[in-house]
Ligand binder design. Sequence first.
Ligand SMILES: Nc1ncnc2c1ncn2[C@@H]1O[C@H](COP(=O)(O)OP(=O)(O)OP(=O)(O)O)[C@@H](O)[C@H]1O
Length: 339
Amino acid sequence: MIELQGLTKRFGEKVAVDHLTFTVRPGIVTGFLGPNGAGKSTTMRMMLGLDNPTAGDVRIDGKRYAELKEPLKEIGALLDAQAVHGGRTAYNHLLCLAQANRIPRSRVGEVLEAVGLTPVARKRPKGFSLGMGQRLGIAAALLGDPRILMFDEPVNGLDPEGIRWIRNLMQSLAAQGRTVFVSSHLMSEMALTAEHLVVIGQGKLLADTSMADFIARNSRSFVRVRTPEPERMRDVLAAAGIEARTAGDGSFEVTGSTAADLGELAARERLVLHELSPQQASLEEAFMGLTAQAVEYHAREAGEPPTPTAGAPVEQAPAWGEQWRREHGPERSGDGEGV
Ligand SMILES: Nc1ncnc2c1ncn2[C@@H]1O[C@H](COP(=O)(O)OP(=O)(O)OP(=O)(O)O)[C@@H](O)[C@H]1O
């Protein structure tokens, strides 16, 4: 279990992580989601004792990272898959790690086998593809057989086969009762991998909820209605007090009414329908809506950021998901915690 309490990190004026409080539980994959620059890597670095928090606290199974006697046996992490010593063979890279952490040599062969790198064990990682590098990083994370595993953007740049492999691996590690915490900026991938979701935007907690609950709350369902008589359709819906909006292709997206009710209404009004189909907007679409404001944020990040002067408030572009946050507050579920 990983517990964060008011975790905060400032880099000068920049608040990278802003009072994060949440718990990552064992037995499930927990997704850590947010756009680029949201503070995911900084949070993970603090979890691993690589950065000191400005305020707040992280506990790994009740202890601070620095208090862990044999950290690799308690928490394994893939932070930067490229950070491997290119000169040593894959086997020797893992052997050095094992010897430095009092892990038996036999474990090296086991983890190489587990990630499918046995055939290239005697090769140097500098010649490895991105996917092979990721696998080697994962082998290192697994080396101490830890109860807690953390992966920062593990599928970045991988092909569909590599992505599927990592997804299956995470789910099987969680099924063994381990705590699995994985970051991504891709909602679609998280939806397939994670059972629980922690979402942050500009360092702040936006959601801490089960994936099922998140989907139920955020994917809009509606009925698509297409008719050759759109003007009449609009009048009929308005007269019945039914909410509808016109889609780009001329069809109507009707919320708050079932396809059956709409079909009967159209029949009573002798309206010809060319389509009557229930729809569920995907999670990715829900996130596109949330991230619409982040585009502005990113554009400015990439362009010319305002230079904050000491003490002078800076007019900030709305944070990623800020609108949603204002409307809903941080989402929590499961243990009934409120914020
Ligand atoms: N060492 C540092 N010094 C100054 N600012 C930093 C430092 N590390 C991170 N930041 C800033 O803190 C914010 C959060 O960065 P972080 O890398 O944690 O985000 P992220 O969610 O992991 O994004 P990405 O997916 O792009 O890695 C960013 O604005 C980043 O520029």
